[in-house]
Every structure is written in structure tokens, then in C-alpha cells.
Design a protein. Structure first.
Length: 135
């Protein structure tokens, strides 16, 4: 399969989205920023070692990402139409930091337009929608 490439967005990396305390000062504006945020959150939830995420980690992972910025939103759906799964939308990016529990790359970062295309394995996220607010 082809690797998902970031969509061009013309944004500058001049001001970083995270403060020194780790909280986000703004939502990610580039693929690279979203990936860096995702990597930090995964390391916090799963650990820095090469450990595979397991069933149930997605809730903790989503909670970690949601705690970083008040405008981050939980999305929920059935991964590959079978397994309930949570991901997070931050800015224009949907982030899944536990995709490896399904045999995928550990971190997936993509846009809604990429999701709608269903290419590069994103058809597994078909039907994911913003979740109702829940604790």
C-alpha cells in the first residue's frame, strides 16, 4: 500500500504548538505537528518501548489527546466494520495512536478528505463520526 502523505497546507513551523509543559497552545496546523503530538501522546500512554497497543488502549489514548487542547474532539466508529474504536480530531487532522492493535502502523494521521477517499487503508475508518460527549 502507498504511504499516506501529508496534504500540502502552506503552514510554517515557526511557532511550535506545544508549550514546555506539554499542553497545546494551538491545534496542529501541519501533518508534521500532528504526528509529533501523536508520538508524544502514544509514548505517554503506551510507553516509549516498541510495545504494541492492545484492545482498550484507544480510550486512554483518546483521553490523553483530548486533555491537550479543549477543541480536540473524540471520534468513534467500528474499525474495519468490526471493533469499536476511538480516535481524535485535532484541527484538520484525525489521529489514531493505537492503530497497531489491528496490525497497522502504530500511529495514523490523516485528514477528513483522505478518510473520505478510503485509500491507503483508510476504508477501515469508514463510518467514524464525532462521538457524543462522554466522560
Amino acid at each position: 500500500e502507498d504511504e499516506i502523505m501529508p496534504e500540502p497546507d502552506g503552514k510554517s513551523n515557526a511557532d511550535e504548538p506545544q508549550s514546555s509543559s506539554g499542553e497545546l497552545t494551538r491545534l496542529p496546523e501541519t501533518y508534521e505537528e500532528a504526528l509529533a503530538i501523536a508520538t508524544g501522546a502514544r509514548d505517554h500512554v503506551i510507553g516509549e518501548e516498541e510495545v504494541c497497543a492492545v484492545d482498550g488502549d484507544c480510550m486512554n489514548a483518546a483521553d490523553q489527546l483530548l486533555s491537550l487542547h479543549p477543541e480536540a474532539k473524540r471520534w468513534h466508529g467500528n474499525y474495519a466494520g468490526e471493533v469499536g474504536h476511538d480516535i481524535v480530531k485535532m484541527g484538520n487532522y484525525l489521529i489514531d495512536i493505537t492503530a497497531d492493535q489491528f496490525g497497522d502502523d502504530p500511529i495514523r494521521v490523516f485528514t477528513e478528505s483522505q478518510l473520505e477517499s478510503g485509500k491507503n487503508g483508510l476504508d477501515k475508518y469508514c463510518g467514524f463520526i464525532p462521538a457524543l460527549e462522554r466522560p
